[in-house]
Write a protein that binds this ligand. Structure first.
Ligand code: SF4
Ligand code: SF4
Length: 512
């Protein structure tokens, strides 16, 4: 069976997966996800804007993100539900986009993949009852644009508007998370695991984690985060639970090794779920849009009893277990979101003015399996002592157990949170540019980013919408960006691929 998918960084031969997904997605799942995407676009074309339709659009888009849903049955059911609601004849096949002129295909892909990322963030915000009319309405406008015969200029405008709307959506999610759970505060997180029953929670959804913490508080079970859930330790209303103990393991691509025969239950609240090995399939639970064949799915009632019972049955380790991060460290410090960083803005500004702080690097973004991604570890290790490193998202596991020391009492390595907390980095950059009375591009700040899936696409579009220049992007450039579109990005935004840590650091610091 044939398929076509080129939405993530690990796509086959840097062109597209055509027989099976490098991510493990089979051709039939890929084709069912294409049908789902087509149905979502038909719904946006035909139906009026209301909560029911918007929820279906958001769920449909989120379901098709890389490493979210491998379960054909649930993808089919959602497609049928959406099709049953479509109120006019507006047949659309997303394959028509894959087959069109490469520049149109490239621009429409940027819009569609960016929208998928926004859908994920809007979904998390909605779980906490935070919604934004402008964000929701844009799903209809952009999906309609994908099905229309628009010019390159019109599509380019929609690409940048996708970045603008994602900024609003990240701000919405930031408000949802901080108003519900408090502003993150600096918090040290252990990588060691205590003996006894435990549950590992991964993904982005703080609401699901909060419900699990409440349901497990008197059960003699400890909770550990994995991957994108690490930043939750810094939120006061989550860290108040004494059985939220620490972080297990590293980023998503290591889960098959890290979860192998794990004596604890594992709950996936969002991506990235990798193909689940038999050695731990019986202890994997999914919820929300994540689904995997033969793994128990926790429905809308969010009753985690089966997860709790599995953790008790498995019993955990017999003795406390020492586990380190990738570089041998046992402590990860989190909680440097915009509120905390801006509270020490005076110190940062003073350090820049007195020459103690020469440059700030934002080294953030996704992690993945490719060997070239150790660029980011080496880059951070080689940053001079008079520089700060802001970080966020999955890629930080490559260096977040390093102790880089401090400048004027400010740690040199500041973890700002999940990938959606790119909003924090933007807020800090904007405030610093006001303090220095210059543009963000004139700050002593450089962005060195890594990407993997579609949430990273919408963040990149936000940075472009804001006019941020000189972004270094790796480990490879997106396959869906055509040569002409790439030339446009290079000309207008001076975007560039990463080279080597030595070269890139030298070039950045010489320009200071
Ligand atoms: S999500 Fe990525 S790896 Fe999976 S099929 Fe698509 S391009 Fe290939
Ligand atoms: S950092 Fe990248 S890989 Fe991790 S959840 Fe965000 S978009 Fe996905």
């Amino acid at each position: 069976m044939e398929m076509f998918c080129f939405q993530c960084e690990q796509t086959a031969h840097r062109k597209g997966c055509t027989t099976t997904g490098v991510c493990g997605k089979s051709a039939d799942t890929a084709n069912l996800q294409d049908e789902l995407t087509s149905a979502v676009i038909e719904l946006a074309n035909c139906n009026k804007i209301n909560d029911e339709n918007t929820n279906l659009i958001i769920e449909g888009l989120f379901t098709t993100i890389t490493n979210v849903n491998f379960d054909n049955k649930s993808v089919k059911e959602l497609t049928l539900t959406i099709k049953s609601k479509i109120s006019c004849n507006s047949e659309f096949d997303i394959k028509s986009v894959w087959n069109c002129n490469e520049d149109i295909r490239s621009l429409k892909s940027l819009i569609l993949f960016g929208l998928k990322g926004i859908a994920a963030y809007a979904h998390h915000a909605a779980n906490l009852n935070y919604k934004d009319g402008e964000v929701n309405n844009y799903f209809y406008e952009a999906l309609q644009g994908i099905s229309k015969d628009l010019s390159v200029d019109e599509l380019t405008a929609l690409v940048l508007k996708t970045g603008e709307i994602n900024l609003k959506c990240m701000e919405l999610l930031d408000r949802a998370n901080t108003e519900t759970y408090g502003n993150p505060v600096p918090t040290k997180v252990t990588t060691n695991i205590e003996k006894g029953p435990f549950i590992v929670v991964t993904g982005h959804d703080l609401h699901d984690l909060g419900l699990l913490l409440e349901q497990t508080k008197d059960k003699g079970i400890n909770i550990y985060t994995h991957g994108e859930m690490l930043p939750c330790h810094a939120y006061p209303e989550l860290k108040k639970y004494s059985h939220l103990k620490g972080n297990f393991g590293t980023a998503w691509q290591n889960q098959q090794k890290e979860f192998d025969n794990l004596p604890g239950a594992i709950l996936f609240t969002t991506n990235c779920i990798m193909p689940v090995k038999d050695s731990y399939k019986d202890r994997v639970f999914t919820t929300s849009v994540v689904q995997y064949p033969e793994c128990t799915h926790i429905g809308e009632d969010k009753d985690f009893t089966t997860v709790i019972n599995k953790a008790l049955e498995l019993g955990g380790y017999n003795e406390d277990k020492e586990i380190t991060g990738i570089n041998g460290g046992e402590v990860l410090t989190v909680g440097f979101a915009h509120n905390t960083v801006l509270s020490v803005a005076d110190k940062v500004i003073d350090a820049v003015k007195t020459g103690k702080l020469k440059h700030i690097f934002l080294v953030g973004g996704c992690d993945g399996a490719k060997t070239g991604r150790n660029y980011y570890t080496e880059f951070v290790k080689q940053t001079p002592e008079n520089t700060l490193v802001l970080t966020l998202a999955c890629g930080k596991y490559r260096f977040n157990d390093l102790d880089l020391g401090d400048i004027n009492g400010i740690p040199r390595l500041l973890d700002m949170g999940q990938c959606n907390d790119a909003y924090s980095a933007i807020k800090v950059a904007v405030e610093l540019s006001k303090a220095f009375n210059c543009s963000v591009n004139d700050l002593p700040l450089s962005l060195v980013l890594s990407w993997y899936e579609q949430k990273a696409v919408c963040i990149l579009l936000t940075l472009l919408y804001l006019g941020i220049e000189n972004i270094r992007l790796g480990p490879t450039l997106p396959a869906f960006v055509s040569p002409n579109v790439l030339n446009f990005l290079v000309d207008k935004f001076k975007i560039k691929p990463i080279t080597t840590p030595e070269n890139d650091l030298k070039e950045i610091l010489e320009q200071c």
